[in-house]
Design a protein around this ligand. Structure first.
Ligand code: AHR
Length: 507
């Protein structure tokens, strides 16, 4: 039996914001310390203390944006601790991740604002800084913007210069808090809405008077409609008229979604399928958040951001004492492929997404030891999907077997797909979640227009429980696979079980 994928070229969704392929790095476990920063005295090759092997892998992936310093860490982080001569920086506890207990050292502040922003330059990515609302202040927030972005003669701009950076860094993305319903202050949505207005007022005020008007502010949403509605009511003011509304200060609303099912490597076939069901919840989260935005602030162009997402095996190994490290298997990578397809299908409302967390932690794309850095299977999915970034997404319909799983909110289509077009032609990604092989026929909607089709495949030789190590990481890179164009112009490909395929089609 053949599954069918129908692409609708006359049903353009929108340009896929490259930022949807973004990442997130927190001061947590070995993400920053060990994974990115080892210091200048380390025997590894570094650029001013930053691991060159990690930089090279990230550069190759062309990551569009990187969120830092947290996460919950950001809710108890005071940025001035991390600037100036490193030997003079204070050691601090951080309420969430670096508190000197459970094998977790205190925060040394050796990696701070300048190190992060220089790192972004090395990697060639846009920084996204998360402000501290929970235990910070609007003044601290605006001072940080001034340190990073101001080119005039003020204390903070001059401190940046003293610390070696003459030109402003021009940071565009600023998160006004993180998970403010939880670790970011345990606010109720109305009060956080008021805090958002207060912070945003000063941040955008700075930007109007001293900046270049390019700051983009991200408000903290939630995966519950209730939080998002009440937050939007609060930001909108009592009458939501232009006089008292603060919608013009809000550029994006962020939500987070993690999922797990069973152990990271030791899972049953049923748990294998259930993880897909749980990962698909993120698509509903985006739809619901977009609907709330459209209800409260129609026509304002406020985007949805999923600035933390991914597999978190919290019932297995990814616990605090282990620095939230887990094996990242082919199963995890397959869920990422499906989520990226769902993100592409929401290109009209989604403005950014950030997988948690770049190096060593949770669904990382890179793992490191003291000698080397290597790509995880999830890295390979992001690599395969690169041509979608900045292309125009087309509505895509998949006709495949649907798995109905006991106790899960979502059924699981065994094939996932998305399609986009750029000057390079049509680009299609397909993943086969079935443990067995399936044949897929792609109706491009262009008739017999495409004759030159090249296909790549990931994980053809791996089973879903496998994960990469420093020794075997090369075995997870993409290979080629045959794809035939039949007399109707359909692209037909036989996809082995648990693998991901990309098709690039040209006339
Ligand atoms: O990514 C790990 C944690 O998950 C982050 O610190 C927090 O924002 C979320 O709860």
């Amino acid at each position: 039996m053949t599954d069918n994928v129908f692409i609708r070229p006359h049903d353009e969704i929108d340009r896929i914001a490259p930022e949807i392929y973004g990442h997130f790095a927190e001061h947590l476990g070995r993400c920053i310390y060990g994974g990115i920063w080892v210091g200048e005295d380390d025997p590894l090759s570094t650029t001013d203390g930053v691991r060159e092997d990690t930089v090279e892998l990230l550069r190759d992936l062309e990551i569009p944006v990187l969120r830092w310093s947290g996460g919950c860490f950001a809710d108890d982080y005071h940025w001035e601790d991390g600037i100036g001569p490193r030997e003079e920086r204070p050691r601090r506890r951080n309420l969430w991740w670096t508190q000197g207990r459970e094998n977790v050292p205190e925060e040394s502040n050796q990696f701070g604002t300048d190190e992060f922003l220089q790192f972004c330059r090395l990697v060639d990515t846009e920084p996204y800084l998360a402000l501290n609302v929970g235990s910070g202040s609007p003044t601290e927030a605006v001072d940080w913007v001034e340190y990073c972005n101001y080119d005039g003669d003020t204390e903070y701009a001059n401190r940046r210069r003293q610390n070696g950076q003459e030109e402003p860094y021009d940071v565009t993305y600023w998160g006004v808090g993180n998970e403010n319903w939880g670790c970011g202050g345990r606010y109720d949505p109305e009060t956080y809405g008021e805090e958002f207005r207060r912070y945003a007022n000063y941040l955008q005020g700075y930007d109007r008077i001293m900046g270049d008007g390019s700051l983009e502010l991200i408000g903290c949403g939630h995966i519950t409609d209730d939080w998002n509605r009440k937050f939007m009511e609060s930001v909108g003011g009592t009458s939501r008229t232009s006089e008292d509304s603060a919608y013009h200060l809000l550029d994006h609303l962020s939500i987070h979604r993690y999922y797990d099912c069973g152990d990271s490597t030791d899972f049953t076939d049923e748990q294998y399928y259930k993880l897909f069901a749980r990962s698909l919840a993120v698509a509903d989260d985006v739809d619901k958040a977009a609907k709330v935005l459209d209800t409260y602030a129609p026509g304002t162009d406020i985007g949805v951001i999923v600035d933390e997402w991914g597999v978190w095996h919290w019932h297995a190994n990814a616990k605090r004492a282990a620095g939230l490290e887990q094996e990242n298997t082919v199963r995890d990578a397959l869920t990422a492929a499906g989520v990226l397809d769902a993100f592409n299908a929401r290109a009209d409302v989604l403005t950014m997404a950030n997988l948690a967390q770049t190096v060593n932690v949770l669904q990382c794309i890179i793992q490191t030891d003291e000698a080397s850095a290597w790509a995880t299977p999830t890295y390979q999915v992001f690599d395969l999907y690169k041509p979608h970034m900045g292309s125009t997404a087309f509505r895509t319909v998949v006709d495949t077997e649907i798995m109905d799983l006991d106790g899960e909110d979502h059924d699981v289509p065994l094939v996932s797909a998305s399609a986009s077009q750029s000057d390079n032609g049509l680009f299609v990604t397909l993943s086969n979640r079935d443990l067995d092989g399936r044949q897929v026929a792609v109706d491009t909607g262009f008739g017999t227009h495409f004759s030159d089709v090249s296909a790549k495949i990931l994980f053809a030789d791996q089973n879903p429980r496998e994960y990469s190590t420093s020794e075997n990481a090369d075995e997870f890179t993409a290979g080629t696979i045959d794809a035939d164009v039949n007399s109707n112009g359909e692209i037909v490909v036989d996809i082995p079980g648990s693998s991901v395929v990309s098709l690039a089609a040209r006339p």
